[in-house]
Design a protein around this ligand. Structure first.
Ligand code: UDP
Length: 464
């Protein structure tokens, strides 16, 4: 059916941070793989990466209006803010390009909320993308719509959801007001692209969203299954895949804890120190990704002692691999030696773990991560909590509460020492991994959704 119509002309505008750009570009490649003409509008640094990783995508490069072009390079709040403000200045060049090269449909990250007005003026169909699971969108909506039922502090049951879900506390008000405004604009789009698969969010949440909001959600994921292994995915790797694989090859199946907190989270040294203590105490193998301190030459021994106990590297030379910088996460998660993933519950990391069938140890920090934790622990039972309850506004700076080494080692052991609970969690993790892979095969739920979405967009184009 798709072939009877001329291909669609689609423009994708990902936000310039790995957690947004990686999944949306992987989704863009799925449209290109069906023969459609797909242009990604981005800046030169990301264009360089995409040229290598996603050759089926056409690229339109816009100049970044000053400062650091990769959000993950921001090491503190001020540089993150500067980055965000600079990225909003892309409105003019992107709008101009859309006016001059009208696509049949534009798919923009919800941070670029102004695309809504541009698309409306040009009468172009618009799909929104926020990088969240639909479960999380539904939970955020419930918190927003029921202010009287959400206390200012302490745990509460999220009102009006298909399951009884308890959150440790409400999100910080400033951040949720910002998110809520973005979500409102998103609801005015012609539909929402979701990087997940229907079986993980569950029919009950899809119906809850679509009925409640009268807005269509298109589950097209997991996007990571559209990624070709091997490429750089938003940052320069500091370790080769071969090195990681050969280290993992020397370990027994399911014996390694993989520890990584995504692209944006920067823990203070004393929190890193607790992680080191927890990992050492738990006495399992580990791969631990620690963000690089940008702008510094090789770290001195004295500086290292701020975040690593004395002698840690020597004592754990066999057991542990520390990666200071960007790691090939998909390759690590796919390795049979990996038995658990200590994660900040960024949605991409969460979904990548689900897809790989690796149970998670959850340590949310901000934003959607606390909701994601509820989905994979309480609802789907493929993860255990580490016990983080401090909801941060940003990934930077000091914390009031540290997650102690003791909490970390207990959580690691709960999953890695065996026992009935851990076995059951592993069984469910494998079940969801199978479902994830099935979803993108011919006849799978995400595969069918993509077919239906293309037909829908073709109809919209032909009737406009
Ligand atoms: N990632 C990676 N190597 C790293 C850190 C992160 O490949 O060392 C990738 C990870 O696989 C995921 C993305 O970066 O695709 C991070 O997105 P997520 O939503 O998990 O977290 P965020 O970075 O947005 O907080």
């Amino acid at each position: 059916m798709e072939n009877q119509h001329p291909p669609l002309n689609l423009h994708f505008i990902p936000f310039l941070a790995p957690g947004h750009l990686i999944p949306l570009c992987n989704i863009a490649t799925q449209f290109a793989a069906r023969g459609h003409r797909v242009t990604v509008i981005t800046t030169s640094s990301y264009a360089r990466i995409l040229r290598k990783s996603s050759p089926s995508l056409l690229l339109h490069v816009v100049d970044f209006p000053g400062g650091e072009e990769l959000m993950s390079a921001a090491n503190d709040l001020e540089s993150a803010r500067n980055f965000f403000h600079a990225s909003m200045l892309l409105r003019d060049p992107i709008s101009r390009f859309l006016e001059q090269h009208r696509p049949d449909c534009v798919v923009a990250d919800f941070f670029f909320h102004w695309v809504h007005d541009v698309a409306n003026n040009l009468r172009i169909a618009r799909l929104a993308f926020n990088g969240f699971s639909l479960f999380t969108v539904a939970a955020m909506e419930s918190v927003k719509s029921n202010p009287a039922l959400v206390p200012d502090s302490g745990p509460f049951v999220i009102p009006d959801l298909p399951h009884r879900i308890t959150l440790c506390s409400r999100p910080p008000k400033g951040v949720s007001a910002f998110m809520e405004r973005l979500l409102e604009t998103e609801m005015k789009s012609d539909g929402l692209i979701v990087n997940s698969f229907a079986e993980l969010d569950g029919e009950e949440y899809i119906q809850h969203y679509e009925k409640g909001k009268a807005h269509k959600a298109w589950h097209l994921g997991p996007a990571c299954l559209a990624a070709k292994g091997g490429e750089e995915r938003g940052e320069k790797r500091v370790v080769s895949e071969e090195e990681c694989v050969s280290w993992l090859n020397s370990k027994q199946a399911k014996s390694v804890v993989y520890v990584c907190f995504g692209s944006m989270c920067r823990f203070p040294d004393k929190q890193l120190y607790e992680i080191a203590c927890g990992l050492e105490e738990a006495a399992h193998n580990f791969v631990w990704v620690v963000p690089e301190k940008k702008g510094k030459e090789k770290e001195s021994e004295e500086e290292k002692l701020k975040w690593l106990p004395k002698g840690f590297e020597q004592r754990n030379a066999e057991k542990g691999l520390i990666i200071r910088g960007w790691a090939p996460q998909l390759v690590i998660l796919a390795h049979t030696a990996v038995g658990a993933f200590l994660t900040h519950c960024g949605w991409n990391s969460t979904l990548e773990a689900v897809t790989a069938g690796v149970p998670m140890l959850t340590w949310p920090v901000l934003g959607d991560q606390f909701y994601n934790e509820r989905l994979v622990t309480e609802v789907r039972g493929v993860a255990v909590e580490v016990g983080a309850t401090e909801w941060r506004e940003t990934g930077y700076g000091e914390r009031e509460k540290l997650v102690t080494g003791d909490c970390i080692q207990k959580a690691v052991r709960r999953l890695m020492d065996g026992g009935d609970e851990a076995r059951e969690i592993r069984r469910r993790a494998q079940e969801f991994s199978d479902k994830a892979k099935q979803a993108v095969r011919d006849g799978g739920s995400s595969h069918n959704n993509l077919t239906a979405l293309i037909a829908h967009l073709t109809r919209l184009r032909d009737t406009r």
